[in-house]
Design a protein around this ligand. Structure first.
Ligand code: ATR
Length: 274
């Protein structure tokens, strides 16, 4: 019998995940289906339950339900360390014993895109992560595991950045900051994990934060953002949007479910094609 998977969110119609996973399944010869499920804003848990009762084997969870997915964990379920620290879940695996395994593959996807696809090592580097919402929180542990020299989390509401940095302090060299305090500092990698790009806004970065050879990474994908335009103007050596991260987090989920690692390069190329 074909194993069923789904991505659940609201809205969901434009999700690229069904296409990505269909490609992974074709490429690896895995017998599975993967659909997009629209859950009502007040009906996430019920929709997950219904999917499980219908024999669903796993789900990806997207906006706005990642925090609610984290709260689904019940006695006997297992939560990965990275999901626990992120306080957000993007991957559910329905185990054979009826329990859930809850994970978050977003940060691993980001790191794999930067290190493997872009060939940009993070070890010993100075990283600036902009934002202190769910998107930022989800990637902090995997970034720290790359052993950067420093990870600075900057946020408009600086107190949120300080609080997040203190949560992750046991895991590596991480500090919180406001944007003004970044003046005079330089970074090898600047990652935009704010929602600013959605509104065509630019985080209030001071001039001159890009070190020689720096990478500017916007987690948003599919369009040139004010941040990437700013980075280009500031002389950032490399620019990337979040398409690679999207495909890599999917591959990490696929691996968790199926034990097979798909080849992401052709899928990224397919999604980039006009
Ligand atoms: P998400 O789940 O996408 O992270 P969120 O939890 O609402 O969404 O967080 C949005 C993040 O984007 C916050 O860090 C927010 O900064 P504040 O906490 O100071 O509000 C940040 N953000 C949104 N618009 C921004 C802008 N124009 N400039 C800088 N930061 C912005």
């Amino acid at each position: 019998m074909t194993d069923r998977y789904a991505v659940i969110g609201n809205p969901i119609a434009h999700s690229k995940s069904p296409r990505i996973h269909a490609e992974f399944a074709r490429q690896t010869g895995q017998d599975l289906s993967y659909e997009a499920l629209l859950a009502p804003l007040d009906g996430f848990a019920a929709a997950v339950q219904a999917f499980r009762e219908q024999g669903g084997r796993g789900m990806n969870v997207t906006v706005p339900f990642k925090l609610e997915a984290f709260a689904l964990a019940r006695k006997g379920d297992r939560l990965s360390e990275r999901a626990s620290l992120a306080q957000a879940v993007n991957t559910l695996k329905c185990e054979a014993d009826g329990h859930l395994y809850l994970d978050n593959t977003d940060g691993a996807g980001l790191v794999r895109d930067i290190v493997h696809n872009l060939g940009f090592s993070l070890a010993g580097k100075r990283i600036l992560l902009m934002g202190a919402g769910g998107a930022a929180r989800g990637v902090v542990l995997p970034l720290l595991q790359q052993q950067p020299q420093a990870l600075v989390i900057a946020n408009r509401t600086a107190g949120k950045a300080f609080a997040m940095a203190s949560d992750f302090a046991p895991y590596g060299a991480v500090a919180g900051s406001g944007y003004d305090d970044l003046a005079g500092q330089t970074f090898d990698v600047v990652i935009n994990a704010t929602s600013s790009s959605l509104n065509e806004e630019l985080p209030p970065l001071p001039q001159g934060v890009f070190a020689a050879g720096a990478l500017a990474y916007d987690m948003m994908y599919g369009k040139d953002t004010p941040f990437l335009r700013f980075a280009r103007g500031q002389g950032a050596a490399r620019l990337a949007d979040g398409l690679g991260m999207l495909v890599e987090q999917a591959a990490e989920s696929f691996f968790l479910w199926r034990g097979v690692r798909p080849d992401t390069a052709p899928v990224i190329a397919l999604l980039k094609a006009p």
